[in-house]
Write a protein that binds this ligand. Structure first.
Ligand SMILES: *Cc1c(COP(=O)(O)O)cnc(C)c1O
Length: 362
């Protein structure tokens, strides 16, 4: 059989290894100058026009972001159910209640109408996810937020470099969190980067990250240890120099799929949106699980299902809500390998396999 095509593959080169070695040799490995430089470079690289704060994971970034934005116990935060559990987990960790709204059929991101229908007098924020690297409908969500006096917060974990109407994701909300986990569009090993809309949110993020201290042993609030190490920051700084080329490769691979796939529904891109294809997710209306199994067993092609169980049905949440488009997406979604390591030959293999199988199934 042809060699296995993995659904994701982190890219670590000599430059990253040398950067780690440089930090190790310096003898200073905890949060320090590399983290500070990474924060500045990240904000500049993605044109965020605001400050960034680095933390030890994307989930920490959401949690600290929520706390710093003033989300309090008893608050309700509207989130999609069709996302990774970290979105709702972070809301719950902040003591607030995640309220699950439905998604848009095309973009897989929060549906503004469903969001508005979910608002109560306890709602304080809306936290869309730019799922798969496609921006959520930020102008519509901002309009609703303004009408009801709510904050908009961004889970941009999967969307480094995505934009809408020329504005990069992460520059819309009170904060925007980018994950730096190895399978994301760029990595620091583990890590998260949070862009912040105000000096006050930035100040609180930095306090919560470091046990509530700005000055050593003068603790101002109850905080965490959510610091990023200089080792991780050094990896992230190198990855920043490569991420544009990787994104372009993802977009080229996606364009190839769009042009050649048959029998499945390719992911549409909204007007004025730049999609960075963290995942290339098609809809399979007839036996998605069968197609995934056949791709694996007959063609040695790995795929992903993000996400097979909507969050509102997970054990910690169990919310009684009716989210038909979320349920359908959970049944139909299938992510094909689109990452920068997939070669042209492999792209052709994937297209041939999907088209053969989808035709046989039709
Ligand atoms: C990966 C991810 C997170 C969490 O990021 P970590 O760095 O893994 O903690 C949050 N939300 C979404 C949508 C993600 O994909």
């Amino acid at each position: 059989m042809d060699e296995f095509i993995p659904p994701a593959k982190p890219l670590i080169g000599d430059e990253e290894r040398e950067a780690v070695d440089r930090v190790m040799r310096s003898g200073m490995i905890a949060q320090g100058p590399e983290v500070l430089a990474f924060e500045t470079e990240f904000a500049r690289h993605f044109g965020l026009g605001r400050a960034c704060v680095a933390v030890n994971s994307g989930t920490s970034g959401l949690h600290l972001g929520l706390l710093s934005a003033g989300i309090k116990p008893g608050d309700e935060v509207i989130v999609p159910s069709f996302t990774f559990a970290a979105t709702a987990n972070s809301v719950a960790l902040a003591g607030a209640t995640p309220i699950f709204a439905d998604i848009d059929r095309e973009s897989f991101c929060l549906d503004p109408a469903s969001v508005e229908a979910s608002i109560t007098d306890r709602t304080t924020a809306i936290m869309p996810v730019h799922l798969y690297g496609h921006p959520a409908d930020m102008p519509a969500l901002q309009t609703i937020a303004d009408r009801h006096g709510l904050q908009v917060l961004e889970d941009a974990a999967q969307a480094h470099g995505a934009s809408l109407g020329g504005t990069p994701v992460g520059a819309f909300g009170s904060f925007g969190m980018f994950s730096l986990y190895p399978t994301k569009n760029m990595t620091s090993g583990e890590g998260g980067m949070v862009s912040v809309a105000s000096g006050e949110i930035e100040r609180l993020m930095r306090l919560y990250r470091n046990q509530g201290m700005q000055r050593q042993y003068e603790n101002e609030v109850v905080g965490f240890n959510s610091r990023m190490t200089d080792i991780h920051a050094a990896i992230g700084r190198v990855q920043l120099t490569k991420v544009n080329a990787w994104t372009a490769k993802r977009q080229n691979n996606a364009a190839f799929f769009n042009a050649h796939l048959e029998g499945v529904t390719p992911p549409p891109v909204a007007e004025e949106a730049v999609h960075v294809y963290h995942q290339y997710t098609v809809r399979v209306t007839d036996d998605r699980d069968g197609l995934a199994a056949a791709l694996k067993n007959e063609y040695n092609i790995g795929t992903g299902m993000f996400y097979p169980i909507p969050n509102h049905r997970l054990a910690p949440f169990q919310a009684e809500v009716d989210l038909p488009r979320t349920e359908l997406a959970a049944l139909e979604c299938l992510s094909l390998p689109v990452h920068p390591s997939v070669t042209r030959d492999q792209m052709e293999r994937i297209v041939t396999a999907v088209n053969n199988l989808a035709k046989a199934g039709a």
